[in-house]
Design a protein around this ligand. Sequence first.
Ligand SMILES: [Fe+2]
Ligand SMILES: [Fe+2]
Length: 432
Amino acid sequence: MALGATLSRSGFPSCKPSAPAGSYFCCKPPSKATAAAASVGNGVLAINRSSWRCMSTATASREAMAGRRQEKKGVVDKEEEWRSYLAPERLQVLKEMEPWVEEHVLPLLKSVEASWQPSDLLPDPAALGSDGFHEACIELRERAAGVPDELLVCLVANMVTEEALPTYPSGLNRLEVVRDATGADTTAWARWIRGWSAEENRHGDVLNRYMHLSGRFDMREVERTVQRLIRDGITVHAPASPFHGFVYVAFQERATAIAHGNTARLVGARGAGDAALARICGTVAADEKRHEAAYTRIMGRLFEADPDAAVRAMAYMMRRRIDMPTAFINDGRHSGGDFYARFIAIAEKAGTYTLSDYRGILQHLIRQWGVEELTAGLSGEGRRAQDYLGALPNKIQRMEEKAHDRAVKAGKKPTPIPISWIFDRPISVVLT
Ligand SMILES: [Fe+2]
Ligand SMILES: [Fe+2]
């Protein structure tokens, strides 16, 4: 859930965008399917098919060979880069951190007794009786009737992201040291993973039940989306490295807190007028803030213990962009990559999660982890990572401005995108 459609850095080495004119053969633009696969497969940047141009045969083959060599080397370098984090001496810090996790991270979970439950936020037939329940449902439906379509679509995206929960603890259980090897480990790390998953489980439940009662969604289509998402999994960079993994989760928890928080504001009393839905989204957002605090704290500790490894891991992840975990999201009417790009445009228009939010999260984490103030213990690569991260927010801002200027210049008309979740009613957005 982030940057819009821009050019990929690689993926099609025999073609390049905007090559100069001359004696050319036309290299085929990547097929829709390939472009989409590259977009989500890399988890990097989406490919705009129309930007691909032609180039000379000789140049093409020279560049193709150089590109393949470079690409092969790049892949090896990247593998070596993140795999070096699995060395026992580098993982030692995580082992030593366990008492600290016990003291500083586990208290951020709430006990079951102190936790809200979905039934606290929704009409309860047992408490209200049959007439009272019926009345409360009618009220819920009346309030929901005022929520505009684009917010309904964003709400579904928020909900299915939560409902894809089985994917996320699987991700944490791939991390060295941290993983819950038996499913009932007693380490502080393992108890955190299970406690966090248990808190997360309520998020999808409450949103799902609200949506079911509201009558505004084609629930069968939404449910099919959830099934597809869990089946398709997630693209993870550096899958076993806790350094990289915690950068990703810290970013994502803040992103989900912002997305649920923005949705709460937009659907609430001062927006679409559904105060009950705003309360649900706000309650979920508050949980996400606690989770964000935990992962940000863990990563902060890693920055203190091994600043070089931490800053390089952060740069590694940001170079590949932090996409929403459910980048394979699909309403069943579009190809996966196409739908993701369209959803990003809808979320940007609706204001639930925007490119500015993405930039804001990055700036926040840079401040939280004192990235720009790091001095001691940085290697040359670490200093390059620090410089890259320091310059990235401005770079993203320039991309935002350029994308806006391009859209205005091109005078693009909005494209209607029919979405199955809302009975194929279209949402019109300008696709860049
Ligand atoms: Fe959540
Ligand atoms: Fe969360």
